[in-house]
Design a protein around this ligand. Structure first.
Ligand SMILES: Cc1cc2nc3c(=O)[nH]c(=O)nc-3n(C[C@H](O)[C@H](O)[C@H](O)COP(=O)(O)O)c2cc1C
Ligand code: SF4
Length: 497
């Protein structure tokens, strides 16, 4: 494949007005509408409750949600630490009325993405009750009412990305052998494929974790089906034989069995699903344009030997750098049929195509320079959510993702999206690590504090990729003053980011 020219990207802060932003969007040839002004007060579309749906009997009090974000900073037995407690407190102070998962919580020790991931189990119950309580208290102190605040826990097994015992050693377990990813994640034997019996046992652990969540007061559990982690991989297990692979029915059996198992045990907890609704092949830095100290722009890995591409979900098998939403529509229908109440839409994976998953101007250390203007990635996710919202049953709450790169214009775009029904809720990821109250300020004061706006430096991803706890090192003083900050600087220098 020919090397792409390095991209010149217009930085968002250089766009001084909404008119400048619109002009730039037009020049990119993408559909990304926004409103002229940030609306504050009762007229704010983002401040309005969601009607017609309740989670754990509660009406959702506004239209913004906090996306789950792992911090790589629990104890090695999966319990909370000061950093975890602080993060949950800030989530509570954000004003968001849905806390969509908090952070990925492993349902079994071997399913951890890092040795410091939280483990949701009986022994750790006290910690989960505590972090929930901290969040609720922080929300109450700042906003008064918590009757319309809904908190979920995100349940996961990390599959291909497991590093349960050593920050630098992968111990992958997979749904099927992958022609490109196996090499990158050190899958060398069929023994690393989960057997059907092992999956049956894993389903039990999800059911047990949902019981722990219910016992400690969570309003819902999220069954994580995104970003290349295990249940997402099963959605793309076209080549797997047996009852969990092949047909759409088989590839979605785990979801149905977990939901059924939760209900069969009498657990009435509400259920959400976060799904990567689309995917591309893995990307890598273009070797022809990489220099010492500078990663090259992203290009797709060579996929010519694996066409039609049957190794993903929501990807066009004949041209796997394009999405195909046929099965995503079907999957969302299925979610509604089995009684899921919230679907949180994302795309791709931060491990193999981060530019579609979390658009950023600065790459993480294991990534590549942007192959497209990050606004293209933002618009892709917003338009996918729009298409899915249009077809999904009305009673399903749809949350959209990848708004952080919009920076100053995040509220303007978010208002448009919610007012026009492109999504029911705006999910905030990185922006919340930098500026938890961004949408509370927008809906309360009608203006933002620019010094806290996330500029997508990717330090919160680069740090954990290198065994350092995650956090917003550039903008959150709590991390800026930690010794880890110096280590991170050295890692970034060496990686050329
Ligand atoms: C440090 C970090 C940790 C994350 N951890 C999770 C996670 O545990 N579960 C999950 O579903 N997504 C996780 N994500 C992805 C975010 O939820 C979100 O989808 C992504 O950052 C894009 O949204 P944004 O543009 O608002 O940041 C994480 C992202 C970051 C930056
Ligand atoms: S480190 Fe801070 S500024 Fe950088 S992407 Fe993460 S949240 Fe944004």
């Amino acid at each position: 494949m020919a090397s792409a020219e390095p991209l010149k990207i217009t930085r968002i802060p250089s766009l001084k007005t909404v008119a400048d932003f619109r002009k730039h969007v037009t020049s990119l040839g993408i559909e990304l509408p926004c409103e002229d002004n940030i609306v504050a007060g009762v007229e704010s579309p983002l401040g309005k409750a969601i009607e017609g749906v309740t989670i754990n009997g509660k009406r959702i009090g506004n239209r913004y949600a906090i996306q789950p974000m792992e911090g790589w900073d629990g104890t090695t037995t999966g319990r909370a630490t000061e950093e975890v407690r602080r993060r949950w407190q800030r989530f509570g102070q954000s004003g968001a009325k849905v806390i969509y998962g908090g952070e990925a919580m492993a349902i079994r020790p071997d399913g951890r993405a890092n040795p410091n991931q939280l483990i949701i189990c009986e022994e750790n119950k006290k910690d989960f009750a505590e972090i929930r309580e901290i969040l609720v208290t922080a929300h109450k102190e700042r906003f008064g009412n918590t009757d319309d605040l809904v908190i979920g826990f995100q349940l996961t097994h990390s599959g291909r990305f497991c590093k349960p015992n050593d920050k630098f050693r992968t111990e992958p377990r997979v749904a099927y052998r992958h022609p490109i990813l196996d090499k990158k994640f050190k899958v060398t034997s069929d023994d690393q494929i989960f057997t059907d019996d092992e999956i049956d046992r894993l389903i039990e652990k999800y059911i047990e974790a949902a019981k722990v969540a219910r016992d400690v007061g969570a309003d819902f559990v999220d069954l994580k089906h995104c970003h290349g982690y295990l249940l997402h991989e099963f959605l793309g297990a076209h080549t797997r034989p047996g009852k969990y692979g092949g047909s759409f029915e088989n590839r979605t059996r785990i979801l149905r069995d977990i939901v059924q198992g939760i209900r069969a045990g009498g657990n009435k907890i509400d259920i959400g699903v976060r799904v990567s609704a689309f995917d591309f092949v893995p990307f890598k830095p273009d070797p022809a344009q990489s220099q010492p100290g500078k990663l090259g722009p992203g290009i797709p890995e060579d996929f010519s030997h694996c066409l039609p591409y049957r190794y993903g979900f929501g990807v066009n098998p004949n041209n796997p750098v394009e999405y195909d939403l046929t099965e995503a529509f079907q999957f969302v229908q299925l979610c509604a049929q089995v009684g899921v109440k919230i679907v949180n839409l994302s795309g791709g994976s931060p491990y193999y195509n981060p530019h579609i998953q979390r658009p950023a101007i600065y790459p993480p250390s294991d990534g590549y320079q942007p192959p497209e203007d990050p606004l293209v990635g933002v618009a892709r996710q917003i338009n996918v959510a729009r298409q899915i919202r249009a077809k999904a049953p009305k009673e399903l709450v749809i949350i959209g993702t990848a708004y952080s790169y919009l920076q100053e214009y995040l509220p303007h775009v978010a208002q448009y999206v919610v007012r026009n029904g492109w999504a029911d809720m705006i999910g905030l990821g990185r922006m919340v690590l930098a500026y938890p109250g961004i949408l509370a300020d927008a809906t309360g004061k009608g203006e933002l504090e620019k010094k806290f706006i996330c500029r997508t430096f990717s330090d919160c991803t680069t740090a954990p990729r290198n065994g350092i706890i995650s956090g917003c090192y550039p903008l959150d003083k709590y991390y800026a003053t930690k010794p880890e900050n110096q280590k991170l600087k050295e890692v970034k220098k060496a990686a050329g980011v």
